[in-house]
Design a protein around this ligand. Sequence first.
Ligand SMILES: Nc1ncnc2c1ncn2[C@@H]1O[C@H](COP(=O)(O)OP(=O)(O)OP(=O)(O)O)[C@@H](O)[C@H]1O
Ligand SMILES: [Mg+2]
Length: 312
Amino acid sequence: MSTTALTVSSITKRFDDFLAVDRVSFSVYPGQICGFIGPNGAGKTTTMRIAATLDLPDEGDVSVYGASVLLEPRLVRKQLGFMPDSYGAYPSTTVEEYLDFFARAYGLRGRGRRNALNYVSDFTGLDRLAGKQIDALSKGMKQRLCLAKTLLHDPGFLILDEPAAGLDPRARVELRELVRALADMGKGVLISSHILSELSNLVDSIAVIESGRIQGAGTVDEILKKLRPHMRVFLRCIADNETVERALLERPNVTSVHSERNGLAFDFDGDQRALAELVAHFVTIGLGPIEFAPQSVDLEDVFLSLTEGVMS
Ligand SMILES: Nc1ncnc2c1ncn2[C@@H]1O[C@H](COP(=O)(O)OP(=O)(O)OP(=O)(O)O)[C@@H](O)[C@H]1O
Ligand SMILES: [Mg+2]
């Protein structure tokens, strides 16, 4: 198994008596984007802050490229860029001044600092806005600025807490492209959201969290397979529903049938060839199938099923 970029090992965090994070474990690999998905209050930010060395776990550990947040927090910080879900206001500061301040805070000097500033401004498209006041930036541009700041010390792992919140569709697509480009450079990325459509085309793996517990983690394909040993198919025939339902239940691989508006839906645990045979059979026996639609499963379904505890 290849080395992980991030390993979260059974971390637990309590706030007084409240268990915010309960034995959470998952891994992210270099060059991969992991979507950290869960409803409000699930424990995403708490987990991310622990991974970013901003808070300590009560139990467990997190390592970033092998460095432990408990034992080697300085080493972790070198490897890690954390983009929080909100950041402080800096009145009367320009984009250039803001980035320069953080570059100095990261200990970058001379040519190294100039190169880093040029690189992140160019990468995030902020070079045109160098002299602009931060207060006057749009939300999308502020997010870019925050990302630029996070990249100054060229971290190998990025933790992005709801970076797309409040962005318009175009800014979201642009952010996705930036994140994908960073992963293509070999960086690992953990990105949180409760809006799934935001992540569905972007992530390589997901970790779903609810009430402080991981409900499922793995590649999107693995999770889909686990979740859907069968598929759901919508069917409308010329023949009446009762006849069709009887015919369906006589077929192998049909596990259940449900009434739907204008037709029936059935669960099917066979492969595509078996499904094609079913349709051919229905044509032969004169049921007259006129609408036939296997429903695709997307990340939204995964999220809903997992957070209902379907997989537990
Ligand atoms: N400093 C704190 N003191 C007390 N409780 C806290 C603290 N930080 C977080 N919590 C609680 O821990 C739980 C998890 O919070 P967390 O911010 O990690 O959730 P989240 O998944 O990031 O939610 P959101 O989607 O709303 O950002 C919540 O119930 C929250 O109220
Ligand atoms: Mg949060």
